[in-house]
Design a protein around this ligand. Structure first.
Ligand code: DX5
Ligand code: ZN
Length: 220
């Protein structure tokens, strides 16, 4: 299982140190929650911040765009150093065009689905996607409770991906804890995002291990 800590719950006053601490703790991915106050009621950060930290971190930058019309900023986030760019199916009219553009720019393309958005929204895109992000909370804030039907959604998505014999990753994002991660991995999730349940329990190396052990996996 890949754990991708969500920076939304980190100490933003020490962002560079936090990223360094994640790296030192053996994390490989870090999850950037970009919010514009339009697609979601919260505002966080933009490409300038990602760019500033890119030169100071070797982590895989997993960038989750919770912004309206993300096609306007794909180039800027890839240029800033995003390794993966995830756009919401609900945030753009021309989803396939946005996915193709991310790939053309040289980053890994991913699509996020809000809790009520059906899997059919990505059915025809799966061969082009590095990852599908299944939101297990309504986007905008950390510390929310896991929406239980997300598990069945992951199970069905896993079946869709396996049926097409694809290597598309499944990411679950929102309300992920040490206590629920085993059943999420068992349902078919490859990447788990954790914000509050991770950053509220330093030291990060021990917390990372706790997640991996709970998920029944060797540390990755
Ligand atoms: C919510 C974000 C999530 C969130 C996860 O809109 O996409 O990444 O930060 O935080 P927790 O793990 O606290 O639910
Ligand atoms: Zn996120």
């Amino acid at each position: 299982m890949i754990l991708s800590p969500s920076l939304l719950s980190c100490d933003f006053g020490r962002l560079a140190e936090e990223l360094a601490a994640l790296e030192a703790a053996g994390l490989e991915w870090v999850h950037w929650d970009v919010m514009d106050g339009m697609f979601v009621p919260n505002i966080t950060l933009g490409p300038l911040i990602v760019k500033a930290l890119r030169k100071r971190s070797k982590l895989f930058f997993d960038v989750h765009l919770m912004i309206e019309k993300p096609e306007r900023y794909l180039h800027e986030f890839v240029d800033a150093g995003a390794d993966l760019v995830c756009v919401h199916a609900e945030a753009t009219v021309h989803l396939e065009r946005a996915v193709a553009e991310i790939a053309r720019l040289g980053a890994k393309p991913a699509v996020a689905l809000n809790p009520a958005t059906p899997l059919s929204a990505v059915e025809y895109l799966l061969p082009q996607l590095s990852m599908v992000l299944v939101m297990s909370v309504n986007p905008g804030f950390g510390g929310q409770s896991f929406i239980p039907f997300s598990i069945e959604k992951v199970r069905r998505l896993r079946a869709m991906i396996d049926e097409q014999n694809l290597s598309t990753l499944i990411q679950l994002d929102g309300g992920v804890t040490v206590e629920n991660c085993a059943q999420l991995v068992e349902a078919g999730a490859d990447v788990l995002v954790s914000g509050s349940a991770f950053f509220s329990h330093p030291p990060y190396d021990e917390r990372h291990l706790a997640f991996q052990e709970a998920a029944g996996q060797s540390a990755r």
